[in-house]
Design a protein around this ligand. Structure first.
Ligand code: ADP
Ligand code: MG
Length: 754
């Protein structure tokens, strides 16, 4: 009987799973694995591991180098060493000082003997017996009575199996409570032996040879149980390469697809654009002009534009998009403008209606229940803007859709409701997306069904017409990331802010200064300005409630609680409002209306407590303080976005960051925010501090961690892109590589094309 506890079982026969696994494949759920009981299944799922493949792809995040086995006579103080020994004696001792149990052993090899101490692992006495042959790895420490080996990893030496916890380079995995690296090694080793051969190589042989990366079967072994740290690195590199390669293939294929489609060429109308620019209450910045020019040039082509307009918060992307839309409309076509939230759609509707007041257009607004994209029964409301009388008229949804089809609406602004089944444009030529980056060719084609036109007389074939696409983002994307995940989009940059913007004073407020900050807020409100308070969540989760009781720094301010506190206790004399994603559209609209009503009698809300729904695009120039609770919970890019909600008027604006987290990294990040007001710079910094995985805060990109961290490596990014290009040139449909094609399709699903 094996006595080494759960993990020691790895010392059994060399392939303990033999026979059982014949019927299994990589997609077999972990439930079918022997020795993975119910509680372990739960823990594995916590790490997102559901199948054998997931388990094999749960890679170590670091390694311990225990490969150098030395005689006891050569151990050195404060150095990590690995020794092969026999136990002479072993016993548990209770310390009188700290009421701790020590397991103390004397071990020896041919060169000498040394004391070993384990702290608080009394069960070891049942597992390790005198006479056992062990391999131990740990640090040599100096005690009262000389040198000893402190808390080493232990592993019995057997004739039949190789060492996995000691005596080699040992993998250390991302763990969760009750799921140790030791257990993972014990499960993974036999699995690898059994399944290594079943893992098929998705990459073309040529790519592997040209890019000199490890083939899959060798790589999967070496990433878990490397023969050297160099090989471990090589294995990691292979998997990073693989992920980046799929992403590159995906975006390049999209690009290829688009380039083969047809679009309506829209001639540039110089006088119209001049008139529009003249009608603006400000002068366009050079960056705005340049971007507008790039867009107008794209629109003139018979191929669909696929452009990303990237510009920091407040850099004035909307007006550039509107300029392009106007040009399209005045040539007799329609434009769709999609915003990520209802609040924003409505705000765009109002602002854009104002901007285009003099141009005699019909502008519609169509929203559904927030983000209910596919529900056909979602109640949609339609509002059409009748220009001549400068009035907003409410009309029924049916009427609005009918008008859309009959081309009586020139510009339709809305949320995801725009891509519902029944929404059909008569003559759609341009789709504008705010803060959503991608929109598949198919979706674009679908919006414009009535556009099917006979193609060139020569061909005689009916070709579909794809609308041009302009996508906008305020998320500054580091270069490598943009090159990789947006490689299918052409990029326009607005890298300057309109003149005269005041610097926003940004400060981290220590918990002790909270009161002073509140007093400051009061004085700001008394002057007629308004304030945002951002909280990480709507309600405190159960876990947080518990945390809050047991630890003061884990205090998480949730919107509802904070609202209660601010409105009842801190500012009972001021008007405090609340906004979060679970409110109905009506409620949200009411709140936004009250908050954005101009100063004076119309203004009903002084302080708006909100979740991150406020994040993108909200424009209330009279708000001059942005206060962020639990700042450590947001990505730097997101914090920068919040900050961009203020500083939109002639008044001095402030951004206060509250955090109770003592973590050094948090403070390092928040400092970066204070010292820089440039979104692009911040993006690069955050990439350096946290790695790209965290960069986007809670946003899901569906990009695996490994690929994310590989994005720091511009050289690798460029190499994979080149390899992907070559494969596509040779075989655009990937017919020769069905496995590769499958993986690329999977990636498409993962990145959630709209
Ligand atoms: P974002 O790029 O974040 O979407 P917006 O388009 O909402 O920014 O513009 C922010 C504000 O700046 C708006 O009130 C807009 O009218 C104003 N604005 C845009 N361009 C200019 C400019 N060139 N000069 C001054 N103000 C401008
Ligand atoms: Mg915007």
């Amino acid at each position: 009987m094996d006595k080494t506890g759960a993990c020691g079982a790895s010392n059994r026969g060399s392939t303990p799973l033999e026979g059982i696994t014949i019927l299994m494949n990589l997609s077999t759920p972990i439930e079918s694995l022997p020795r993975v009981g119910l509680s372990y299944q739960k823990r594995l799922k916590k790490l997102g591991i559901k199948t054998i493949r997931d388990l094999l792809y749960h890679f170590p995040h670091r390694y311990e180098d225990f490969s150098n086995i030395i005689p006891i006579s050569q151990v050195k103080l404060n150095e990590t060493c690995c020794i092969k020994v026999k136990i002479l004696e072993i016993e548990n001792i209770r310390t009188w000082k700290k009421r701790m149990i020590l397991t103390q052993a004397i071990v020896k090899d041919k060169s000498g003997a040394i004391k070993v101490i384990w702290f608080n692992q009394p069960y070891l006495i049942k597992v390790l017996k005198s006479g056992d042959n062990l391999c131990l790895a740990g640090k040599i420490t100096l005690g009262d009575k000389g040198l000893y080996l402190s808390n080493p990893a232990h592993e019995k030496i057997s004739q039949t199996t190789s060492l996995i916890h000691t005596g080699r380079i040992v993998p250390v995995y991302p763990e969760t409570e009750g799921l140790s690296s030791r257990w993972l090694r014990f499960i993974l080793r036999p699995l690898l032996v059994e399944f290594k051969k079943k893992i098929r190589e998705p990459l073309p042989g040529k790519v592997i040879r040209d890019s000199r990366i490890l083939p899959i079967q060798r790589a999967i072994w070496q990433i878990h149980f490397p023969d050297s740290l160099t090989l471990a690195k090589k294995a990691q590199k292979r998997f990073s390469f693989e992920e980046l390669f799929f992403i590159s293939l995906f975006v390049l294929r999209e690009k290829l697809k688009i380039s083969k489609e047809r679009a309506i060429p829209i001639p540039f109308h110089p006088q119209l654009i001049k008139n529009f620019v003249k009608s603006l209450p400000f002068k366009l910045t050079n960056a705005q002009k340049k971007s507008a020019w790039q867009i107008l040039k794209d629109l003139e082509k018979p191929r669909p534009m696929n452009r990303l307009l990237e510009g920091d918060v407040g850099s004035g992307k909307t007006v550039v998009a509107v300029l392009a839309a106007l040009n399209v409309i005045k040539q007799g076509f329609q434009v769709a403008f999609m915003a990520p939230t209802e609040i924003l759609a409505k705000q765009h509707f109002q602002e854009i209606s104002k901007l285009l007041k003099k141009f005699n257009l019909n502008i519609g607004l169509l929203t559904g229940k927030e983000n209910r994209i596919f529900s056909k029964r979602a109640t949609l409301r339609g509002v059409a803007f009748g220009d001549r009388k400068n009035k907003v008229i409410k009309i029924s949804r049916e009427k609005l859709l009918e008008k859309l089809k009959k081309e009586e609406i020139d510009l339709l602004i809305g949320t995801h409701a725009l891509i519902q089944e029944k929404v059909r444009f008569g003559k759609l030529a341009l789709v504008i997306l705010d803060e959503q980056h991608r929109f598949g060719v198919e979706q674009r084609a679908k919006l414009a069904t009535s556009n099917q036109q006979p193609a060139s007389p020569a061909g005689g074939q009916a070709t579909r017409i794809i609308p041009h696409l302009l996508s906008m983002t305020a998320t500054p994307i580091p270069r490598t990331l943009a090159l990789t995940i947006y490689g299918d989009l052409d990029l326009s940059l607005i890298n300057e802010l309109p003149k005269g913007r005041k610097k926003i004073v940004t400060k981290v407020i220590a918990p002790g200064n909270r009161k002073a900050a509140y007093n400051f807020i009061r004085s700001v409100v008394k002057k007629g300005r308004q304030v945002f308070v951002i909280c990480p969540r709507i309600e405190p989760s159960d876990k947080e409630k518990i945390e809050k009781e047991i630890s003061s720094w884990a205090e998480v301010r949730a919107v509802k609680e904070e609202y209660q506190k601010l409105s009842k206790i801190v500012f009972p004399d001021l008007k405090v409002g609340m906004l979060h994603g679970k409110m109905t559209t009506k409620e949200k609209e009411k709140i936004m209306k009250h908050f954005s009503a101009q100063t004076g009698r119309g203004k009903k809300i002084d302080i708006l407590v909100s979740t991150s729904v406020i994040e993108v695009g909200i424009d209330v120039p009279n708000a001059t303080v942005m206060m962020i609770e639990g700042a450590e919970r947001f990505g730097l890019a997101q914090l920068h976005q919040f900050r961009g909600r203020v500083g939109r008027s002639k008044y001095q604006s402030f951004c206060f960051l509250f955090t109770d987290s003592p973590a050094k990294k948090t403070h390092q990040r928040l400092k970066a925010l204070i010292s820089s007001e440039n979104g692009f710079e911040l993006a690069e910094k955050d990439l350096g501090i946290r790695g790209p995985g965290d960069f986007f805060g809670q946003r899901q990109w569906g990009i695996p961690d490994l690929a994310m961290s590989a994005l720091k490596d511009i050289f690798l990014v460029e190499k994979t892109r080149k390899a992907a290009k070559e494969i596509l040139e040779e075989d655009p449909e990937l017919k020769k590589y069905p496995l590769l094609r499958g993986r690329v399709e999977k990636f498409r699903e993962r990145i959630h094309l709209e």
